[in-house]
Design a protein around this ligand. Sequence first.
Ligand SMILES: NC(=O)C1=CN([C@@H]2O[C@H](COP(=O)(O)OP(=O)(O)OC[C@H]3O[C@@H](n4cnc5c(N)ncnc54)[C@H](OP(=O)(O)O)[C@@H]3O)[C@@H](O)[C@H]2O)C=CC1
Ligand SMILES: N[C@@H](CC=O)C(=O)O
Ligand code: NA
Length: 369
Amino acid sequence: MLNVVIVGPGLVGAALIEQLVAHAQSPRFAALPIVVVGLINSKAMAVSPTPFSVADLTQWKTKILGGSAAAADLAQFVESLASIKGATAVVDCTSSDAIAEQYPAWLSKGLHLVTPNKKAFSNDISLFRRIQELSSSPTGPSVYHEATVGAGLPVLSTLSDLIRTGDKIVKIEGIFSGTLSYLFNSFSAPGATQKFSECVAVAKASGYTEPDPRDDLNGMDVARKVTILGRVAGLDVGTDTLPVENIVPEALRSVSTAGEFMGRLSEFDEHFKKLNEEALASSSVLRYVGFVDGLGNQSSVKLARYPLDHPFASLKGSDNIIAFTTERFPNPLIVQGAGAGAAVTAFGIFADLIKVCERFGTSPSEPKI
Ligand SMILES: NC(=O)C1=CN([C@@H]2O[C@H](COP(=O)(O)OP(=O)(O)OC[C@H]3O[C@@H](n4cnc5c(N)ncnc54)[C@H](OP(=O)(O)O)[C@@H]3O)[C@@H](O)[C@H]2O)C=CC1
Ligand SMILES: N[C@@H](CC=O)C(=O)O
Ligand code: NA
């Protein structure tokens, strides 16, 4: 049995709980060897020596983290996991740097880690290397973070399979942001009529953006994904050295809240309209792309023009597209699909939890179709 505790049941963490509950209730599946024993958000926490029931998980906001729950204290929360019998995985669904810093300590206690939080893998490379080192033993704790790039799409698993089998990465090129994909697919297309600020508002309301959409528009979210891919491919890349094109209008970079930023973005609709018209005039569209250079040090993140017949130009919705050009795949291996949103991100986390189970011999059975 794998015990799971979720740190930060926000949009994505709540969707994970929903998927675990739906799985447990589905007659198609045998009982899953995954149980939830702890939840903590920024206000409250609860850890139970026995698994939370499906009924409690269905109403976790009131039944688990409601009135009688203890005040949140992460150190105490982690300490109390020592009393839980059997393997335990921490699922970090925050976007917190401070929590990412805790991973080495958690791994040293033998806790497994599954997370969509990009920070630990894209901040200082020494943290990335420490985590790799602590999770490198086949019998020790495992770390899976598929959802940090392309949400649930099989991007990191594909990359690590290519590398583990001896392929050489030439380049990885793609649209790695669900938010920026949605924005430019809707805004920069022949005949499109929506204003840029309207597209940003829809992306935020759809749950694609980071809590502050400037973290998407400034290119940092894509830079983090390019960094993670590069590091998994063995390259020494970091967000501090990557050239990154920031498309947040200069005047809005230092406004203090995401709300103020959203409120004032329409002042810059004309600026984005002009960029778009220039692209369309040359039969091209604007797309925000990341590039990992497997052979040199030309990795980058930028807004670029693509001709209308290019695969990046015909992308839909919040889809990501990731093209791996390798020694074995001179015509790129392409992964494409929804790369943001609560359900597809939670799917990636859920699949990683199943991998933790498989690695330790508590494999869930296949559906009974
Ligand atoms: N949304 C998406 O499409 C995708 C998201 N991701 C990543 O998934 C992660 C979660 O995203 P999302 O669910 O949208 O974010 P939310 O802002 O909805 O949720 C974040 C959660 O973290 C909690 N939290 C923040 N700080 C702490 C803390 N110090 N201790 C305990 N809990 C804390 C918040 O608590 P409280 O509720 O009390 O405020 C909240 O529950 C992020 O790292 C994001 O980059 C990855 C791929 C796609
Ligand atoms: N804000 C991100 C969420 C997933 O990483 C995006 O838009 O892709
Ligand atoms: Na992924």
